[in-house]
Structure formats: C-alpha cells, structure tokens
Write a protein that binds this ligand. Structure first.
Ligand code: NAG
Ligand code: NAG
Ligand code: NAG
Length: 241
C-alpha cells in the first residue's frame, strides 16, 4: 500500500467514525424547539391559571394551539382568565357545560391573529375568535390610550389586564373575568340544561415538529453514505497501487 495514500485514508476513517456518532446523537441533541410553543408551560410559569390550564388540557385545545402557532404565520392571541375569574362565575357554571360548549368557551378566548396592545386600537369589530361565527360568538374591542376592553354581549367592557407573554407569534393577556360567549350564556334562563355531550374533537395532528429532526438526521446519514463510498474508493486505490 502506498504510504502517501495511508494518511488520507486514516483521516477518512476518523471522519467516518465521527460522522456515525454525531448522526446517532443528533435526534436527541437538536431540541426541535426553534418555533415550538408550550402554552401550558407559559401559563404554568405565570401562575394563577390552573383552571384554564385544566380546560386547555381536557378540551385538547392546548395541543391545537401549540400546533397552530407553529403552522400559522398569522400568530395568535390568547385571553387568559385567572383562577379568580373562574371562581367568580356562578357556582356550577363550568359543570353545566357540555364538552362541546367547553371547547367553544376555550376557543372563544383564542384569536387566530397576533394582536399587540396597539394593534387592538385599529382592529375592526367584531374580532374573529377560534370559536368561529361572530354572530353566535361576537367579540368587540374598544380602547382608549393603553386601556383595551373586550365586550361579548354578555360581559361588556372587560379590561385586558396584563401582558403575560409576548413574542413574534403569540401574545397572552390576562383577563380578570371569563369572557362569556353570547351563544352559550346569552340566554337569560339560569343554568341551561347541559346538552348531550359530544365527543371532544380529535387531537391536533402530531409530529410536525419532529420532521425537522428527521430531516437533519437524514442529511447526516447521506453524508455518512458519501463518506463510506469515498473510503471504499480510497481503499480500492490503496490496494491496487
Ligand atoms: C409544557 O409545559 C407543561 C407545564 O410546565 C409541562 O408539564 C409539559 O410537559 C410541557 N410540554 C412539552 C411538550 O414540553
Ligand atoms: C373600559 O371599561 C371600564 C370599566 O370596565 C370603563 O371604565 C372604561 O371607560 C372602558 N374603556 C373603554 C375604552 O371602553
Ligand atoms: C360590536 O360592534 C358592532 C359594530 O360596531 C355592533 O353592531 C355590535 O352590536 C357590537 N357587539 C357587541 C357584543 O358589543
């Protein structure tokens, strides 16, 4: 074997070994977190939102929100009622809701657009919420100076209290009252009988955030294949020379 070919050959073997180890590690190492949002984590860190966190979980809206934020370029705005706000509801209010109504109540607090405090001042009424149809689920915003109020036709002039979290995709604002949608709470009749509960909507599609990990793993595997090929050629040349 020619001596001058031996050292590049050793170099290649070392490169190949390195390549195999890093590609084996890469799925564990890359956090896939560049744009992943954990709404539950944000509320958890803010404190005083345990009821909302529970509702987000049981309605599977937390997963839906996290997925939607990473897939949408409109961003999202969430009004987060405090535990006190839920405690101030008439006793039994949440329990009187069907599963579907719980989903709608949560979705009513989520807007499929990112609004900064100043953007609320130019937003046109009614605002679109995740609950859909703004005739059934109207939400208006009014503002003066820095004060932004929300009106739903049931609760009017609910002040937007605090900014809990904001980034380029998501704004989370504290509200000290639960925003009650007209279609569920508009009837003056006390505590409407729970409608027959429907199955909660299916979970949001999973795994979109894993694809980048897979892609980078595949890329380094391709590199490995190339290196193996190169090594083979080098070895062949070393033998024949
Ligand atoms: C999101 O945050 C919650 C609360 O901090 C935590 O229990 C959960 O494991 C986190 N989920 C993900 C996917 O990181
Ligand atoms: C907001 O609501 C408060 C009462 O909750 C009221 O005093 C204030 O005038 C309202 N402001 C606007 C701009 O609607
Ligand atoms: C929202 O604003 C629209 C247009 O200004 C108005 O017609 C409607 O009654 C308002 N609804 C509520 C719930 O405030």
């Amino acid at each position: 074997m020619a001596k001058q070919l031996l050292s590049p050959f050793i170099f290649l073997v070392i490169f190949l070994l390195r390549c195999v180890t890093t590609s084996a590690q890469s799925p564990a190492q890359s956090p896939a977190s560049s744009v992943t949002t954990n709404i539950t984590g944000i509320l958890d860190r803010a404190g005083q939102f345990t009821t909302l966190m529970r509702l987000l979980k049981t309605t599977q809206e937390a997963d839906q929100i996290n997925t939607q934020i990473s897939n949408s370029n409109q961003g999202m705005t969430i009004f987060a009622p405090t535990d006190n706000a839920f405690n101030n509801l008439k006793a039994g209010t949440l329990n009187s809701l069907s599963d579907q109504q719980k989903v709608e109540l949560v979705q009513f607090h989520v807007l499929p657009n990112l609004y900064s405090t100043t953007q609320f001042q130019t937003a046109s009424n009614p605002l679109r919420t995740q609950a859909g149809d703004s005739t059934l689920f109207p939400m208006n915003v009014s503002s003066s100076g820095n004060q932004v109020n929300i009106s739903t036709g049931v609760d009017n002039n609910v002040p937007v209290a605090n900014t809990i979290y904001t980034d380029s995709h998501l704004a989370v604002y504290q509200v000290d009252q639960v925003l009650l949608p007209l279609s569920i709470f508009g009837s003056p009749a006390p505590a409407p009988a729970p409608a027959p509960s429907k199955d909660a909507p299916t979970a949001a599609p999973k795994g979109s955030s894993d694809s980048s990990v897979e892609a980078s793993g595949a890329a380094s595997l391709n590199l490995c294949a190339l290196a193996i090929l190169y090594c083979g050629v080098a070895a062949f040349m070393a033998i024949t020379l």
